[in-house]
Design a protein around this ligand. Structure first.
Ligand code: PHE
Length: 467
């Protein structure tokens, strides 16, 4: 047996609490806001298929690895990596897994908070009754009006950041967990209400066809990379959020089953969200699938504006989206805050305030990228797009890849087997094989294809080499 690290944090009281917390982290804007809009930007079916394959083949095995590392180390990702590297005498460069996670989390939260702010703004719009009888053009106008007002954006961004820090500062078991248990099922119910509306009033067949009819000709290196990145983003993978939650997981809980549950729920929410949104998109000429980040916000208010009780449903829906974003955002800074607290240089309060401020300031870049800074571009991307691309499409897959290599190649197989608690040799061997060979090769390859496609660097592409 390895000499297990002693934890300085509380542990969850049951496996179920871990499932709820990890689901709370996984299910968020990624499922409801991002998945539909990037599926729309990348042509639908084939993109969705690649995304599902990435979840299954790469996401789930790597999530198991990440939980395992966290539970072994019982501390923040930074210190877990220190302990693991010490234990197996690995080169210090592996500490990078922890550090990169802290950075990725902070950058993601910076724009995540701005988008969550949109949801809060919309929640109030619903309550004000502004949406009665809304059509496509009216809805687009409403969205543009919000984007055109930095004051509005900053106000709600600030509000969301304060909400996030409030829970982060309140601490792990007290703050999280409880609320999620009620809110997540409720969110699912609301999505199903929307789905029924969309089936009856929208163009449902067109939506199904769009999301599930696979046409590979629409795929590019860039869209495959986006699908890969999103698999990591939506599962909160590759930056330590799942590792830090794993650190609070009880000793004897089957990691495999737990991870399957979380990934299954997460995927379900994304697909239902897509099926609820696209029928409305196809039934309204003013909206196109490739609408971009506004897709959710211009499509759903039309549904709410035209259904009986729409104001109430709309209010509840955006409240729940806000909640889902909230339970994700806390996990984005938890690696940073947990690390800071462990160094004993700061209390949770101080760490929370410090990181909250950094994320808030960085978020202003995203706010202005929808307006005044629209044209300030790096590699053709504005601030928001660049932050999203760098984190979701590069840092998270890269983080996942190095975790796979670390657990697959560096850690002692017996320790890993012990920790994972899988009796079935076949499954264990298959999992190890995926971590050792499939994940690193697939992630590296997809990343190179994507970069080659996006930046026009043919020498990076294997496909080009062989064609
Ligand atoms: N998984 C979250 C979502 O889909 C976002 C997230 C990414 C949270 C990475 C934590 C870490 O909205």
């Amino acid at each position: 047996m390895s000499n297990k690290a002693d934890g300085v944090h509380e542990t969850w009281n049951s496996r179920w609490t871990f499932v709820m917390a990890a689901t709370g982290s996984a299910v968020g804007l990624g499922n409801i806001w991002k998945f539909p809009y990037i599926a729309g930007e990348n042509g639908g079916g084939a993109f969705v298929l690649i995304y599902l394959i990435c979840i299954l083949v790469l996401g789930i095995p790597i999530m198991m690895a990440e939980v395992l590392m966290g539970r072994w180390g019982r501390s923040s990702p930074v210190h877990t990596m220190y302990k693991l590297v010490d234990e197996i005498k690995a080169p210090r460069i592996w500490h990078g897994i922890g550090w990169m996670g802290v950075v990725a989390g902070v950058v993601i939260l910076s724009y995540y908070s701005v988008i969550a702010g949109w949801a809060i703004h919309y929640l109030l719009q619903m309550a004000s009754g502004n949406i009665n009888g809304l059509d496509g053009a009216g809805s687009s106008e409403m969205f543009a009006e919000m984007l055109g007002s930095p004051r509005t954006l900053i106000f709600y961004h600030s509000l969301f950041m304060v909400m996030t820090m409030f829970v982060v500062i309140a601490g792990v078991t007290k703050g999280l967990g409880r609320a999620v248990r009620i809110l997540m099922p409720l969110l699912m119910v609301l999505l199903l209400v929307l789905l029924t509306f969309s089936i009856r009033m929208g163009d449902f067949p067109a939506a199904v066809n769009y999301l599930f009819a696979v046409n590979f000709s629409s795929l590019t290196g860039q869209s495959i990379l986006t699908a890969l990145g999103h698999a990591f983003f939506t599962l909160s993978l590759g930056m330590g959020a799942i590792m830090v939650y794993g650190a609070y997981m009880p000793e004897h809980a089957p990691i495999g089953k737990t991870v399957l549950t979380v990934a299954g729920l997460d995927t379900l929410v994304a697909l239902v969200a897509g099926l609820a949104i696209f029928p409305i998109v196809f039934a309204n000429e003013a909206i196109v699938p490739s609408e971009g980040p506004g897709l959710l916000f211009v499509s759903l208010p039309i549904a709410f504006g035209n259904m009986p009780g729409g104001i109430i449903f709309g209010f509840m829906f955006f409240a729940l989206v806000t909640m889902a974003a909230w339970s994700s955002s806390i996990s984005l800074v938890e690696p940073a805050v947990a690390w800071f607290v462990e160094t004993k240089k700061a209390t949770r309060l101080q760490a929370g305030l410090a990181f909250g401020l950094i994320c808030w300031l960085l978020g202003l870049g995203t706010v202005f990228s929808f307006g005044a800074w629209e044209d300030i571009r790096l590699l053709g991307l504005n601030f928001f797009e660049f932050a999203d691309f760098l984190t979701a499409n590069i840092m998270l897959p890269l983080g996942g890849m190095v975790m796979a290599i670390f657990v697959g190649w560096m850690m002692n197989t017996n320790t890993v087997r012990d920790e994972l608690d899988i009796d079935n040799d076949r499954i264990f061997n298959a999992w190890t094989f995926v971590l050792r060979y499939i994940s690193p090769i697939a992630i590296l390859w997809v990343t190179l294809e994507g970069l080659s496609d996006i930046f026009g660097w043919p020498w990076l592409s294997l496909l080009n080499l062989f064609s």
